[in-house]
Design a protein around this ligand. Structure first.
Ligand code: HEM
Length: 247
């Protein structure tokens, strides 16, 4: 089990921790050292590091890129969101979890971004133990089921005007949504374990960026829409270029 007290590793941990505190890049080594102290085999440590870095870094950067892209193309939504943030913050500069809990439009914006651009666009499961019947279809046991939830979250039967960025659809009580039509974090006991921290990271980063900058499309860009494409993860087909104007 994890225990401090082995001189050289403690020293390295301390150095890495200080680097992390200074915001320096430690390429996951601190985390690696930390996990070595759990007594887990090195193979498990390395697979955990890879999983956490892959699952926790590209997912957030992609969601941030698409969020800022859509907000730059919808200045009226950006203005309402900024108004919401400034009202909750009341002059303070650094938002925390309790602040974003009072920002319904922020949550709607991120839900809408993940509906249009679910960074993991498909999911899979094997029903291993028994045959099951779903909607008139028999699924024999040991069948691999893959689900393209990118498609369900852009299906007009579930979301009117499905390709449009309309965060208010999540705030409109009269517009009910199928609970499994947009599932960017998966569902059930193997769903994203990082969901809450991921949402919080995006809320806090967007709040701080919007308090400081007006985000606009690149004035030298063509104005053409950037489409998403699948490269295991969902990524932009071309560069997203934005202009950040200090407020
Ligand atoms: C917007 C950001 C994120 C999205 C859209 C996302 C999405 C997903 C999805 C779709 C899955 C598979 C769920 C399933 O099979 O049902 C997953 C699994 C996972 N995610 Fe995330 N994720 C995000 C951020 C994060 C972050 C920040 C972390 C870590 C801090 C993380 C850690 C994980 C881990 C460890 C798993 C595997 C869980 C398991 O197999 O039990 N994710 N994520």
């Amino acid at each position: 089990m994890f225990q401090f007290g082995q001189g050289h590793i403690d020293q390295r941990l301390k150095e890495e921790a200080e680097k992390v505190a200074r915001g320096e890049d430690v390429e996951g080594r601190y985390l690696t050292y930390f996990l070595t102290r759990t007594g887990l085999p090195m193979k498990t440590v390395y697979s955990n590091i890879t999983e956490l870095l892959l699952a926790g870094v590209d997912t957030i950067s992609s969601t941030m890129s698409w969020s800022l892209y859509e907000l730059s193309r919808h200045p009226e939504v950006q203005a309402s969101l900024r108004e919401e943030i400034l009202a909750v913050m009341g002059g303070r500069r650094v938002p925390g979890a309790a602040d974003v809990a009072r920002m319904p439009l922020m949550k709607a914006v991120v839900k809408e971004v993940l509906r249009l651009y679910p960074v993991i666009p498909a999911n899979a499961r094997v029903i291993a133990d028994k045959d099951i019947q779903v909607g008139g279809y028999l699924l024999p046991k040991n069948t691999l089921i893959t689900l393209c939830h990118f498609a369900t979250s852009r299906n007009a039967a579930f979301f009117p005007n499905p390709d449009a960025f309309q965060p208010h659809r999540w705030l409109n009580r009269n517009e009910g949504h199928h609970p499994y039509a947009s599932v960017p974090f998966g569902v059930g006991k193997r769903s994203c374990i990082g969901r809450r921290i991921a949402e919080l990271e995006v809320y806090l980063a967007l709040a701080r960026i919007l308090m400081q900058f007006d985000v606009k499309p690149d004035p030298e860009g063509s104005g053409a829409a950037v489409k998403p494409m699948t490269r295991t993860l969902l990524v932009p087909e071309s560069e997203i270029n934005l202009q950040f104007i200090e407020r």
